[in-house]
Design a protein around this ligand. Structure first.
Ligand SMILES: C[S@@+](CC[C@H](N)C(=O)[O-])C[C@H]1O[C@@H](n2cnc3c(N)ncnc32)[C@H](O)[C@@H]1O
Length: 267
């Protein structure tokens, strides 16, 4: 079993430089995230945006619906670059921006207490948790606890579900780059498929080859929550499948784990 991928996309200058260079390649994914965000109904006008970074893939229009945004990121470059990308739009909508440089998972309870009315959005951060923790069991257990820690709060997340190598020659002529999904008592259900057949269907759309990585995020959303899977052509030879979902404050939390940690594209 592979314990850890050396590919660290957690943040910092490397992330910003890559996001800047790849913004055209990522444009369709950012647009799909924006389309999905437009369907969400955050309960609060105050947003805790965790792992927001510079918001390279975030939609200014969605941010403009909030009167106050608290950007929480461990990256000291995040505030200025976030202002660079979204400052003008936030100024136009009168949205106040506050930046907090801290670990949004470790300090979650402190943040929840400090901002008792805020909605939360984990912006492509939970899928990197295993890179930070560097222990797959611990990362999985902590991710499984997120929903319980947020019980009674209104929150959403977009995060890596799977990622792995791709071969451009294996991409179908008409790939399906977005799927509706739901987590039921048996696990993740995508297009009527689950388990290995579901993995194969997803990987086939992006030309997935060899061994793919499970980011141990499939237990993040409680059973019953609908989500949207979005393909992310990260690099010419590497792709991700993202999962985006929103959890209403009233959704009950059940604990279970239902996935394999890694799998072969061709098995
Ligand atoms: C993949 S980037 C997110 C990209 C961002 N959503 C965008 O559109 O540019 C992950 C971000 O999460 C931050 N991060 C990782 N772990 C974190 C944690 N525990 N608390 C707060 N921020 C974290 C990293 O510093 C990085 O900025």
């Amino acid at each position: 079993m592979r314990q850890r991928d050396k590919r660290d996309t957690t943040g910092g200058l490397r992330w910003h430089w890559r996001a800047f260079l790849q913004r055209r390649r990522w444009a369709a994914t950012s647009a799909a995230i924006a389309d999905w965000l437009a369907t969400t109904r955050p309960a609060s006008t105050q947003l805790l945006l965790i792992g927001g970074s510079a918001g390279w893939m975030m939609c200014s229009r969605w941010l403009q619906r909030f009167s106050e945004i608290v950007l929480v990121d461990i990256d000291p470059w995040a505030p200025n670059l976030f202002r660079f990308n979204h400052g003008r739009a936030l100024h136009a909508s009168g949205t106040r921006l506050q930046c907090v440089e801290t670990d949004g998972l470790q300090e979650l309870e402190v943040l929840l207490a400090r901002y008792p009315q805020a909605s939360l959005f984990f912006d492509n951060v939970l899928g990197q948790h295993l890179y930070r923790v560097r222990d797959i069991e611990q990362a999985e257990a902590e991710l499984d606890q997120v929903a319980a820690r947020l019980a009674g709060r209104d929150w959403g997340s977009v995060h890596d579900l799977f990622s792995g190598p791709v071969d451009a020659l294996r991409v179908p002529v008409h790939p399906v780059l977005g799927f509706d999904a739901q987590r039921d008592a048996q696990g993740l259900l995508v297009d009527g498929l689950r388990g290995t057949t579901m993995h194969k269907r997803l990987l086939a759309q992006v030309g997935g080859v060899n061994e793919w990585m499970d980011h141990v995020t499939s237990g993040v959303f409680p059973v019953g929550v609908r989500s949207r899977l979005i393909a992310w052509p990260f690099l010419p030879n590497y792709a991700h499948w993202l999962q985006a979902g929103w959890v209403a404050a009233s959704v009950p939390v059940a604990h279970q784990r239902d996935h394999e940690r890694h799998f072969e594209a061709t098995s």
